[in-house]
Design a protein around this ligand. Structure first.
Ligand code: TPP
Length: 625
């Protein structure tokens, strides 16, 4: 049977479809999303939740002239399908294929690149101001989730949106979920706005308000607070937004395309900022995702019929080893507090949250606050462990510096997803942490070579009276046995794994590939000692300088951008010690926008697997000898 989707290659085509056929189109789009995400993995639940909302947006607005900006951008699949990328959709998240987030290079319909949360409102306001300065006429719509709205930067934007009163539309996609259930007072407020309300049909709004007067008029005096609530919700819904100067409309049934179309048309006619509170359901239309939206937020490939994941994980992941180790440590030390910025599952903290609910804090998508909050806890004698992905900790650069490092507070940072990250593309790479942490005063930086060393490092980090970061990669560990009773590592002590004439200094995930490369090069007459540095800061200077003589060669290897990273630290040490006769090479990653792909593919392309290391080191020796 011919599909409606077959007729749609652009938003213009969509507008030719009669409105009554749009629910059937939504059904087709859902099916395509399910088909592709079950094979490729991806952000399923969020995308299933915004199918109608996206269809309605493209039905009413005129992309690319009108700009639609997706916060986080993980929910943009329907948008991609409707804007000329339906044919390429099966390449989603594959090397050379469609990226899972908006990408200006990919399409003129992607108005703004996203990946990190809470940025859409600021960007939309900037575009609105520029539009007016250039006397242009187009609409601007920012779509933000209730999770995205827990990020401070979104409120900095609302503050200015209400002040400037530019014409723009904020679509609040409310589904009560971040990745996990949404948290915080604001989340409660949004739920309060929705509770007990009939969904708004814009034309009926005035009528319903008028009708409700006799009904609520008399009991008013008696019921006090309850009545106050009814009045607030009925007559002043969204008071917080209204008081900021932003027109609030809602709540709107976010799966009713006709209601959405009406509301969007009205918002378009309004000359000022409007926030439309749409109520949607994460995982809509696919039972396993609807009932378990956290599992299907970002999923690996799965069996569409059953919802079972296809991967057969045999080795534990670094995240799970981190989480389990922290639980063990917390059983012995009641000062340990765990903090996550909206990623309890991703960072492996679910077990901790269940066992120690009073010592676990999900602060929302608020990395700056998480670090600042940890500073307060540490100052007061507690031992906060902040678990954040390497890429998202970039948000809290100043808190790392101003609130933790300058005061030398013992906060532990567990940096998950450090290094090259599969599938999500450039916004999620964890390649900068060594650079942004190294110059923090007092900061200790560690990287384990395997999951057992991660246990030891976590134990050590908690015992150091200084800020300490432990960075580890995404995904499965190496598969080594885990010590029952891990021992702490003396501060700054590296580990010599192989003797040799010249020196390779390897960081964390690069230790085993470096060892393999060194063993292979031995047969070619290149004799390399291999040191697992363990500490990027403080450096084990003695171990390094032992090799820094007689025109020796030192090679550093790190899974991160070399600029400002570990290699730079060793170079600085050699310069400071005036060891100018040392031949030195820093192997790592260049500063570039990393293409989509599996981390193994990306590392292979950049010469960071054992083969690549052999080739790079061999070439270097050829050049210098
Ligand atoms: C700065 C930052 N921190 C954490 C994340 C990880 N993250 C991706 S989506 C998401 C939840 C977003 O929730 P919401 O905005 O409500 O969208 P929904 O998935 O519910 O549609 C989180 C925490 C991120 N993308 N950016």
């Amino acid at each position: 049977m011919a599909k409606i989707l077959d007729e749609i290659d652009s938003p213009r085509d969509l507008k030719k479809i009669p409105q009554e056929k749009l629910p059937a189109l939504a059904h087709e789009v859902r099916s395509l999303i399910l088909d592709v995400v079950s094979k490729n993995g991806g952000h399923l639940a969020s995308n299933l939740g915004v199918v109608e909302l996206t269809i309605a947006l493209h039905y009413v607005f005129d992309s690319p002239k009108d700009k639609i900006i997706w916060d986080v951008g993980h929910q943009c699949y329907t948008h991609k399908i409707l804007t000329g990328r339906k044919g390429r959709f099966p390449t989603l998240r594959q090397h050379g294929g469609l990226i899972g987030f908006p990408d200006r290079e990919e399409s003129e319909h992607d108005a703004y690149n996203t990946g990190h949360a809470s940025t859409a409102l600021s960007a939309a306001l900037g575009i609105a101001v520029a539009r007016d300065k250039r006397n242009e006429a187009h609409e601007i719509v920012a779509v933000v989730g209730d999770g995205g709205l827990t990020g401070g930067v979104a409120w900095e934007a609302l503050n200015q949106i209400g002040h400037l009163r530019e014409k723009m539309i904020v679509v609040l996609n409310y589904n009560e979920m971040s990745i996990s259930p949404n948290v915080g007072a604001l989340s409660k407020y949004l739920t309060y706005l929705v509770s007990g309300q009939h969904y708004l049909r814009i034309k009926d709004h005035a009528k319903s308000i008028l009708k409700s007067i006799p009904a609520v008029g008399k009991p008013m005096i008696k019921v006090g607070r309850a009545f106050e609530d009814v009045v607030k919700k009925t007559f002043f819904p969204g008071l917080v937004f209204e008081e900021l100067g932003i027109r609030y409309v809602g709540p709107v049934q976010g799966h009713s395309i006709s209601s959405l179309i009406e509301v969007f048309k009205d918002a378009k006619a309004y000359d000022g900022p409007v926030l439309i509170h749409c109520v949607t359901q994460k995982g809509r239309g696919y039972e396993p995702a609807r009932t378990n939206p956290a599992k299907f937020h970002g999923t690996a490939p799965f069996n569409r019929a059953t919802g079972e994941l296809l991967s057969n994980a045999t080795k534990p992941t670094y995240s799970s080893v981190f989480g389990e180790t922290l639980v063990k440590l917390a059983r012995k030390d009641e000062k340990i507090i765990a903090i996550t910025a909206a990623m309890p599952e991703g960072t492996g903290l679910m077990h901790f949250a269940r066992e120690f609910p009073d010592r676990f804090y999900d602060v929302g998508i608020a990395e700056q606050h998480a670090v600042n909050f940890a500073a307060g806890l540490a100052l007061s004698g507690l031992k906060p462990v902040v678990a954040i992905y390497s890429t998202f900790l970039q948000r809290a650069y100043d808190q790392l510096y101003h609130d933790v490092s300058l005061m030398d507070l013992p906060v532990v940072f567990a940096l998950d997803r450090a290094g090259v990250v599969s599938d999500d593309g450039p916004t999620h790479q964890g390649l900068n942490d060594l650079g942004y942490l190294r110059h923090m005063p007092h900061m200790i930086i560690m990287a384990p070579k395997d999951e057992n060393e991660l246990q030891r490092m976590l134990l050590s980090a908690i015992s150091y009276p200084h800020p300490t970061a432990v960075r580890f990669p995404k995904g499965k560990g190496v598969g080594v046995p885990l010590d029952e009773n891990p021992r702490a590592i003396p501060l700054g002590q590296s580990e010599l794994l192989k003797e040799g004439k010249d020196l390779v200094l390897a960081v964390g995930s690069m230790v085993y590939p470096a060892l393999e490369a060194a063993e292979r090069l031995e047969g070619e007459g290149i004799s390399l000692a291999v040191v697992n540095v363990r500490f990027v800061k403080p450096l084990d200077e003695e171990a390094i300088l032992r090799f820094a003589h007689n025109g020796n060669t030192i090679i550093t290897i790190e899974e991160g951008v070399t600029a400002g990273g570990f290699g730079s630290a060793v170079r600085e040490l050699l310069d400071r010690e005036e060891r100018f006769d040392i031949r030195f090479k820093a192997i790592g990653l260049p500063q570039e926008v990393y293409p989509l792909g599996k981390s193994d593919q990306i590392k292979r392309r950049l010469g960071l697997d054992a083969d690549g290391l052999v080739a790079q080191i061999r070439d270097f020796f050829k050049q210098i000898h």
